[in-house]
Design a protein around this ligand. Sequence first.
Ligand code: UDP
Ligand code: MN
Length: 231
Amino acid sequence: MDSEKLLLVVPYRDREEHLSLFVPHMEKWLKAQGIDFNIIISEQSKDGEWFNKGSLINCGFKEADKVYDYVCIHDIDMLPCCKKTCDYSYSASSIHLASRVQQFGYKMPGKNYTGGVIMCPVDIYIKANGFSNLYRGWGKEDIDFGFRIRKAKSKISKRDGKYSSLEHQKQKWHPDKKFDDKMLQSNKQLLKNMISGKHDFRKDGLSNIKYKILNTEIISSKTKKITFDIR
Ligand code: UDP
Ligand code: MN
């Protein structure tokens, strides 16, 4: 039987231990659900730049073959952990899955939360123009993406998703700089402009991403890691 094909994209840098746990766990989980899938670990080069989660997701999406029906954007430190939940099967609407995550006390951290794990059909990802490339370091790019999906006239449904969290140091978003309040304020302003319509999301995202591929590593028959230099 022909089923819809899933592309799972994971933004990544400098979390080797998580990578070695995430990939086998996720492959096993998706195989058990009978899902036809591939995983792209979208790695940012260790180039002294701020981590740019949105751009990495756009890069991974762009480099994938054009055979996928839906895409799931997945944090590397969230592992599906309860068999009755975390259903990755296709839906024609967008689905937020990370509804009960250990690091948030198994509760939603806020009503607009669309982070952690979110899936949408490929045509919706394209209509939303993917993620913004402008956010730096921690925060708000996932909420911005939720608004892009809504502006692309797709509603975001929820599925129950119970996830365990892998531990890590707080805020390793830059190899040697500390995240500062100025940067958080700038991310907040970007989000405000997105919500008010002042920011034209059609000019910022998949449509204008610039990058170079530095390396491709085959991790398994289902998973590869691509290292990007983001411009
Ligand atoms: N991430 C990463 N390396 C970093 C920072 C972030 O790989 O240095 C990726 C990883 O997929 C992670 C996601 O971005 O799960 C979200 O970052 P983080 O876990 O730091 O956010 P928080 O725990 O604050 O939600
Ligand atoms: Mn985390």
